[in-house]
Ligand binder design. Sequence first.
Ligand code: ABU
Length: 499
Amino acid sequence: ESASLHFEDLLPHNPNGLPVTKEFLQKVIDILMDHVKDTNDRNCKILEFHHPEEMAKLLNLDIPEKGVNLQQLVQDCHTTLKYQVKTGHPRFFNQLSCGLDLVSMAGEWLTATANTNMFTYEIAPVFILMENVVMQHMREIIGWENGAGDSILAPGGSISNLYAFLAARHKMFPHYKEKGLSSIKGQLVMYTSKECHYSIKSCASVCGLGTDHCVEVSTDSAGRMIPSELERLILERKARGDIPFFVNCTAGTTVLGAFDPIEEIAAICQKHNCWMHVDAAWGGGLLLSKKYRHPRLTGIEKADSVTWNPHKLMGTLLQCSTIHFKEDGLLISCNQMSADYLFMQDKLYDVRYDTGDKVIQCGRHNDIFKLWLQWRAKGDEGFERHMDHLMELSQYMVRRIKEQPDKFELMMEPELVNVSFWYVPTRLRSMPAGPERENLCGQIAPILKSRMMQSGTLMVGYQPLDHRPNFFRNIISSAAVTQADVDFLLSEMDRLGHD
Ligand code: ABU
């Protein structure tokens, strides 16, 4: 019957369209529920891989002159999810964001239905209040007294880091906003470890410093910034007459999961009058764990700004990224443009709740509801158990790798849930461990990854890093993963990795 129905048969086009609308949406929900079921079914594959040209042939993505019927739309929804990688599958270990938290997903469904923009209290009253409450709670957890300061949700960690950069420059050069580059007499310099997220370097490019003035500080063998090197490089640039002003400290590097030593870096920043930003996009979730917070994040309360992405370790649905500032008022002073069609000062309510004027974007997606709902469900205590569980499972994986030294070589002891290792195929097992064998194992990694994708049973990421050839980086950030999945992961790699 729905073959004869089109979008005009739905509300609001058809005022009597409630039954058809319900039926259409129910069919879509059934498809979503099937995806949830398959995602949680270990007998289902994670993906059905096809090369792009083949995939294009399996789909009909054409935009027609005359719209298709409702039956076709339901079929389109089905086909779309059929070929989507199940990132919530217990054997998906590929990205920092894994898992499918169902309470957060319910929040995202509600968010889509509310379909509002987050710029003013006028059109998003409940969501704006939620944003205030959750952001204050996060600042309290960071360690700022009574949750003082200011925060905003941003579209991803890279943009959160950009907000930190902008606020730091505004703090030091408040006239930059009106006068631009001419208000800064000298070359600004920023610092970050060479293991940082690439978005930090991108700030230098986007904001007029140039990447040559984003100085990379070397790291120790565990991937942590070496503070004495930071100070040496600050002094070197100062001696040239440049203006060091911003230091990024990474709390959980993307590849190794390393934590820069915040306290030591904070002391250097204070001595040299630099803004200290902590990019805890990845590792921030550990703030919720009494057991694992220290020493990794000790001193984070000394930061001027902190990026923390709930869509990573906390499992909030994509995307949900937050940026927090110790000083209240800076964000609005830095970014406010007072567009008078949105942010009128003579509204009937307290216009400080119009948070949209604190950011450089206008349209802002509602990323708060799914986080608020999830936090209501779990409480602080539930999140703490989640963090401890992820860390314990990662330690379990490390133990299992060490128990099979012929098949796997652990690259280093992890500080977070990033477990880095090489798979050693049978023909290399008689070779002594060392750079020569690592190089050969590095050549195997893309082959093994392609077998994983073609079999659809497992997904683990790999990459090179500095002098290290390709190695696997396994991420356990999904609540779906159990010890049995870790055992499966290692045995499946061995099954697929045969010579
Ligand atoms: N923003 C970094 C995400 C990278 C990853 O998931 O591997």
